[in-house]
Design a protein around this ligand. Structure first.
Ligand SMILES: [Zn+2]
Ligand SMILES: [Zn+2]
Length: 247
């Protein structure tokens, strides 16, 4: 797998997240400059200190989705708040979004509660009918039984993220854990996604360390959803179809 195989960055933050630094317009330009075909803007859910109000998400209908060479998805990186996999963004807001990511963040409703509870919370989150990507599951701060979470992610059609920012910031030890996560996901045939988690426009499309993980785990293009627009659409639609079937 090479950098050119990745056509979309599906996890990025704007100034609305409180600790990120670029506007929507700057993010669009940044993604175009990197030659990406799709960009998802996924600001933090409101529980994160400095995070946006829920209105930020519901007002996304005013944001144009099409730009020269680039499609924009309006989404969220919601916070998992309990072992039942509940999120800090209510269903009626999730319904308005193009893409929903979810993960654990300290000081946002769920700090590490030990491997058993963390595993239960992750399994519940991947079963959540709206959650399409589980963010930075390889964060060593939240130990998890991947042999239980990853088969559930496969069964419920939720992608496992290899988050490039985890390797450059404060999630120490992520590289080794993410190599294991990627190997287990490959073995189970669970969908994977490689994202930058950019908090500034110039970080968009930075996947170098995640690609190293992909190489170590022996991932192929077909294992990673954001290697074609068609596979991204199929992934997002697949989860939606399961939601409809449950109604
Ligand atoms: Zn995050
Ligand atoms: Zn993020």
């Amino acid at each position: 797998m090479e950098h050119k195989d990745i056509v979309a960055d599906l996890h990025t933050h704007t100034i609305a997240s409180g600790h990120a630094f670029s506007t929507v317009a700057e993010m669009v330009t940044g993604a175009q400059q990197k030659g990406l075909k799709m960009l998802a803007i996924t600001d933090h859910g409101p529980n994160l200190p400095g995070g946006p109000h829920l209105y930020h998400f519901s007002n996304g209908h005013i944001i144009p989705r099409q730009y020269p060479g680039l499609e924009l998805l309006w989404g969220v990186e919601a916070n998992i708040v309990d072992v039942e996999g509940n999120l800090d963004v209510p269903e009626q807001y999730l319904d308005l979004l193009d893409i929903v990511l979810a993960g654990f963040h300290p000081e946002a409703g769920y700090d590490n509660r030990g491997i058993e509870d963390n595993t239960r919370a992750f399994i519940a989150a991947v079963r959540h009918p709206r959650v399409q990507i589980l963010t930075h599951p390889g964060n060593p701060y939240y130990p998890v039984d991947y042999e239980r979470v990853i088969p559930a992610a496969k069964a419920y059609g939720t992608a496992i993220e290899i988050n490039n920012s985890s390797f450059t910031g404060f999630r120490k030890g992520s590289f080794e854990v993410c190599c294991e996560v990627a190997k287990i996901a490959k073995r189970h045939g669970a969908p994977l996604v490689i994202n930058s988690d950019a908090h500034i426009a110039c970080q968009i499309g930075t996947f170098d360390k995640s690609l190293e993980v992909a190489r170590i785990a022996g991932l192929e293009v077909s294992d990673v959803i954001n290697t074609s627009i068609e596979s991204i659409r199929a992934h997002l639609k697949g989860k939606k179809a399961r939601v409809e079937a449950c109604r």
